[in-house]
Design a protein around this ligand. Structure first.
Ligand SMILES: *Cc1c(COP(=O)(O)O)cnc(C)c1O
Length: 412
């Protein structure tokens, strides 16, 4: 923070205590430069000039202030401070992608012989990172049911160091009980990390429910406009600064300042976007639920969702912006043809495999995100050939349902 009182006053760098998350999302940042810029500066510089050799020596020894771009950058630091404020965390560390945040989590926390318990419904690359990559270094992972707490409890061993969950899941939107998982982790002397990508802090704050760490793919809703890759871990200072800080500085999964700046600005509109996109998704989900060509809708905001009440409690009464549905068809071949027809008839929605964009995205999970699973594994996971996933953006709801109706109408 700047010691310059004029700069501090210009940017309101000394914010009062107790500000709400919406305010922190707009106001939290490092003090501005001497120019008093109102929008946070983008510092594209790999190195930072030191006033003298003595100061340089101290900064390198104590890792304070700014020295070299792999270790810290003012724009990245502003993003970390803002995201930490929004998650109710003491600190945050930003990373190059969502996956590199999980890489940092594993490298910083785990060693050979350690054991992890992870939901089997988490993001596909997360399964590979724990199940394959960390396994090379002697870290074992048990994959368990998203919703059956007894399975989590039964998987705990004396070596369990970490529980990892993501809620709601993709594409089935299964919700897990964060507070209950935190209790299971803490009884075992382990830490609970929650991947909060789908809800973002605008809807869900896992730390307040007892989780120890929050992980983000900033690539999704935090940027929110489909522009840059980013990731983060949020939690107690002693974990973020003392455990993950040194690992990040050595291993270099550092976030680029440009990407940090884009996400920093994205956070300013996060709460508005999440609310608007959640409301639109609920409207689309209700429309799908009454459609004769649709067999089933998966959305936590619907009363028909198996964990609806838990989701509403945990997610500020909102369902988020991802909805999936099964088209009605007999057998996998007909189901795939029907799902492809719905996707191919759209003229507004983007056919892509991403989410968290202002542009709505339509996806066929069975041949994209879950395409590498065997048909038996997919059946076990409940992801059929007739499933379509929709990540709802900011277009008018009626234009989204009209676009779906082009393909669904003839199937009814
Ligand atoms: C996209 C995503 C990730 C990975 O993030 P990247 O930025 O693509 O590395 C992790 N978890 C969830 C839930 C995601 O949607």
């Amino acid at each position: 923070m700047s010691q310059n009182p004029e700069a501090a006053r210009l940017a309101r760098a000394r914010l009062p205590e107790g500000l709400r998350p919406e305010t922190l999302a707009v106001r939290t940042a490092l003090a501005p430069s001497q120019h008093g810029e109102n929008s946070e500066g983008l510092f594209l510089s790999t190195s930072f000039v030191q006033p003298d050799a003595q100061t340089s020596a101290r900064r390198f020894a104590e890792m304070e202030d700014f020295t070299y771009g792999r270790t810290s950058n003012p724009t990245v630091r502003s993003l970390e401070a803002r995201l930490a404020g929004m998650e109710g965390a003491e600190a945050a560390v930003a990373t190059a992608t969502g996956m590199s945040a999980i890489l940092l989590l594993g490298m910083g926390l785990l060693k050979a012989g350690d054991h992890v318990v992870c939901s089997r419904s988490v993001f596909g690359s997360t399964i590979s990172l724990f199940g394959k990559e960390f396994a090379k270094f002697g870290v074992t992972t048990s994959f368990v049911s998203q919703t059956d707490l007894a399975e989590w409890r039964a998987a705990i061993t004396p070596s369990t160091r970490l529980l990892f969950a993501e809620t709601p899941t993709n594409p089935l939107t299964d919700v897990c009980d964060i507070a209950a998982l935190a209790d299971i982790a803490h009884e075992a002397g382990a830490l609970l990390t929650v991947d909060n990508t789908f809800c973002s802090p605008a809807l869900q704050r896992p730390l307040a429910l007892g989780a120890d760490l929050v992980m983000h793919a900033g690539t999704k809703y935090l940027d929110g406009q489909g522009r840059v890759m980013a990731g983060a871990l949020c939690g107690e200072r002693k974990l973020i600064v003392d455990v993950f800080g040194p690992t990040l500085r050595t291993a270099g999964m550092t976030l680029s300042p440009f990407n940090a700046w884009v996400v920093l600005k994205g956070l300013e509109t996060l709460a508005l976007r999440m609310k608007a996109q959640s409301e639109a998704t609920l409207a689309v989900a209700r429309w799908l639920e009454q459609h004769p060509a649709v067999a089933r809708v998966y959305y936590p905001g619907l009363a028909s969702h198996p964990q609806h009440e838990l989701a509403m409690r945990q997610q500020s009464g909102m369902g988020g912006a991802v909805v999936s549905f099964d088209v009605r068809a007999d057998g996998p071949d007909a189901a795939r043809a029907a799902a492809f027809r719905v996707i191919d008839e759209t003229r507004v929605l983007s056919i892509a495999t991403n989410l968290g964009d202002t542009k709505s995205i339509i996806t066929h999970p069975a041949t994209t995100s879950h395409g590498r699973l065997s048909e038996a594994q997919r059946q076990a996971a409940g992801i059929g050939q007739g499933m379509v996933r929709l990540a709802v953006g900011l277009e008018h709801v009626d234009d989204i349902t009209d676009d779906l109706q082009r393909g669904l109408g003839p199937l009814a």
